[in-house]
Design a protein around this ligand. Structure first.
Ligand code: 3DU
Length: 211
């Protein structure tokens, strides 16, 4: 089964809660990050987690191990069920996030390759493959790979095997839900749902990937 993950990047507390409430029946997870947390406050995490869907913290954590540890502890204290970190700071930094996440019964995901047009500048040429291998070595729960480049999701699958691949870039960034759903364990959809006139109907449409 492919999961549907809502990237809830709206910047108002009430709007976020209203959209999450009506979309929740169609979702497997909700992902939030700086846009919502910096505008609505960290307490929004508890309110969203109360909807019963695991909440993913997309803070793309990228610091020294001790700081990564402190950030990850704060994330799980706030009610999140998973965290996304960057791999480029190296194995010890990623391991710090994974260790805290697993000690708290949560999950950790590493960005292997990003979805935007500028991503190839640093992620291509073998870097994404190395990040995916590092993620596996650190026993992550999965990686993030671009829905805008299905062939890259396929290539990174060779490296991560059965570990999850969550794929952002569907809809607003041009990625095709069905093409990516065949390759990834979850599609991450933001604007195409929360900017729709009727977010619940949009979520229901993308939920077709859940089978
Ligand atoms: O383009 P959308 O509105 O569907 O949102 C995609 C979300 O996924 C958004 O939160 C963005 O920060 C995140 N994301 C990517 O789009 C691409 C990545 O490589 C990693 C995260």
């Amino acid at each position: 089964m492919t999961e549907l993950i809502l990237a809830l990047d709206v910047t108002g507390r009430e709007e976020a809660l209203a959209i999450a409430r009506v979309c929740a029946p169609h979702l497997d997870r909700i992902k939030i990050g700086y846009p919502l947390v910096l505008s609505a406050g960290l307490a929004i995490a508890r309110d969203l987690a109360a909807l019963g869907r695991p909440l993913l913290a997309d803070f793309k954590v990228a610091d020294i191990p001790n700081t990564n540890r402190l950030i990850t502890e704060a994330v799980f204290d706030a009610g999140f069920g998973g965290i996304i970190c960057q791999g480029f700071p190296g194995r010890d930094s990623v391991q710090a996030c994974v260790d805290v996440a697993h000690a708290r019964g949560g999950e950790c995901y590493v960005v292997a390759e990003m979805s935007h047009p500028g991503a190839p500048e640093f992620f291509h040429g073998g870097v994404a493959e190395r990040l995916a291998a590092l993620a596996v070595a650190c026993n992550v729960d999965g990686i993030i790979a671009p829905a805008t480049r299905p062939e890259r999701v396929k290539a990174l699958r060779e490296i991560v095997g059965k570990r999850r691949i969550f794929s952002p870039g569907v809809g607003a960034q041009g990625g095709d839900a069905d093409a990516v759903a065949a390759l990834a364990d979850g599609i991450i959809v933001g604007r195409a749902i929360y900017e729709a006139r009727d977010p619940a109907t949009a979520a229901k449409k993308y939920a077709a990937v859940r089978g």
